[in-house]
Write a protein that binds this ligand. Structure first.
Ligand code: PLP
Length: 452
């Protein structure tokens, strides 16, 4: 840090402050974690300075032998860890991984058959007219993913995201009573909509998904099954999700981040059945440029860590701790979406406290409990203020907290929510994040958070 301080002291100060923030609070953001020191150190080195567009052994730049080594090892760990036929480790983030997935499915299912029909080897051989026809046919394709309101991700066909603009889109929701995926309704909707791609996966759904059923639905309508396991990849890697809960044997293409429950560097990966491998391999140049070689190296290190027995124990604790947290909250009268959890996410519905999600999030932050507000199904407060707070256990489980400590966390959260009252703004609206916490509660919770 002293070297950084000599160049730009404000940056070294921010890095130090971030360390203090992350150590001095309860980090309960469901998509965050603490990467190991080995992973962090692997990210910060001279591999960053190398350009390596292309694939292993087939680069558009000279001098890539070390990047070849790094990428091949990362892909090998990913294949073996997840039992995948093919792994691609270049995507820079989860969104990039999803873009690689979408475009490789389009390349495999739309572009390749068109090229074959037209007797062309690649798109550069097409006449202007044929190219224009093919280009338009990409935009005619249909995708069906989980609605953002019930926990899907914005890359699953949400209009403000490129996925909603690339495709005709229809989303599936959850049952209004149980708040769980209704597979029969999903099948009926899919039969009607006939998507090219069925997307499974979520950012804020606190339950496991049955991927065997998703496969049946995809097969019934001739869709490619694409699973975005960004959130729960650590639970798949750690063998908590097995059989029908493991997406890899069932999906044609699986994308993931590497930095959430998987506990690696920020980045993405794509796994695929062999049939899709050649098109996934064209992630660069389809949607990516030069891979981040230092990040691929850190992915290799984190994936190697995820292949150990201790990671399996960690993953099981992530799920056990989420259950302990959910039980602790339910016992104290907090309403939870779906009535509980069986993954790493707990989604609180805070309307009974008279608060919006935003007020609850801010009050908890003031008390050293870091969470994020989130919509609940049919949210009366909309996507900005929201009615929910999303909580996840991966990060604090990495810090060694167990079920007893998570029960204490449930107590602290309930105490803060009970002690918080909304303050209505002068215009009568719920106000930005206006709220008041009863005297002493935020300080007491912050102290308890430090001790935990
Ligand atoms: N997919 C899902 C399900 C996610 O929850 C997220 C991130 O929140 C992403 C993709 C995007 O990941 P990134 O932020 O690395 O682009």
């Amino acid at each position: 840090l002293s070297i950084i301080e000599g160049v730009e002291p404000r940056i070294s100060a921010a890095i130090k402050a971030e360390l203090a923030d992350q150590r001095g609070s309860l980090k309960l953001i469901a998509s965050e974690n603490y990467a190991s020191l080995a992973t962090l150190l692997t990210m910060g080195n001279w591999l960053s300075d190398k350009y390596a567009e292309g694939t292993v052994g087939h680069r558009f730049y000279a001098g890539c032998r070390n990047v070849d080594t790094v990428e091949a090892i990362a892909a090998e760990h990913a294949r073996e860890l997840f039992g995948a036929e093919y792994a691609y480790v270049q995507p820079h983030s989860g969104i990039d991984a999803n873009l690689v997935a979408y475009w490789s499915i389009l390349a495999h299912r739309v572009e390749s058959p068109a090229l074959e029909r037209l007797g062309a080897k690649n798109v550069n051989d097409l006449s202007e007219d044929d190219w224009e026809t093919l280009r338009k046919s990409f935009a005619e394709q249909r995708v069906m993913g989980m609605s953002l309101d019930v926990g899907g991700h914005l890359t699953h066909g949400f209009r403000p995201n490129i996925s909603g603009k690339m495709f005709h889109q229809r989303s599936y929701g959850t049952d209004p009573e149980t708040q769980l995926i209704d597979y029969d309704k999903l099948l009926a909707d899919a039969r009607e909509f006939k998507p090219l791609i069925l997307v499974a996966g979520y950012s804020a759904y606190p339950r496991r998904v049955n991927f065997a059923k998703m496969r049946e639905i995809a097969d019934a309508v001739g869709a490619t099954l694409f699973v975005d396991m960004a959130h729960f990849a650590g639970l798949v890697a750690g063998k908590v999700f097995t059989g029908e809960e493991d997406p890899v044997p069932y999906a044609d293409v699986v994308a993931s981040t590497t930095h959430k429950s998987l506990r690696g560097p920020r980045g993405g990966i794509v796994l695929a059945k062999a049939e899709y491998a050649p098109s996934v391999d064209r992630g660069c140049p389809m949607v990516l440029g030069g891979p981040l070689s230092h990040i691929m190296a850190a992915k290799a290190v984190a994936l190697a860590e995820a292949r150990t027995e201790s990671f399996q124990q960690y993953a099981q604790k992530v799920a056990d701790n989420a259950k302990a947290l959910a039980d602790g909250l339910l016992r104290r009268g907090v309403r939870l979406v779906t009535g509980g959890t069986d993954n790493h996410i707990v989604l609180l519905d805070v309307r009974d406290f008279g608060l919006t999600g935003r007020q609850a999030e801010s009050a908890l932050l003031d008390s050293g409990v870091v969470t994020n507000r989130n919509s609940v199904p049919n949210d009366p407060n909309g996507a900005w203020y929201t009615t929910g707070v999303r909580i996840g256990t991966p990060a604090l489980t990495s810090r060694g907290l167990g079920a007893a400590e998570f029960d204490r966390v449930a107590e602290l959260i309930t105490d803060v929510l009970k002690a918080t009252t909304p303050v209505t703004a002068s215009n009568g609206k719920p106000g930005k994040a206006k709220y008041e916490i009863a005297a002493g509660v935020a300080e007491a919770t912050q102290k308890a958070a430090d001790e935990l």
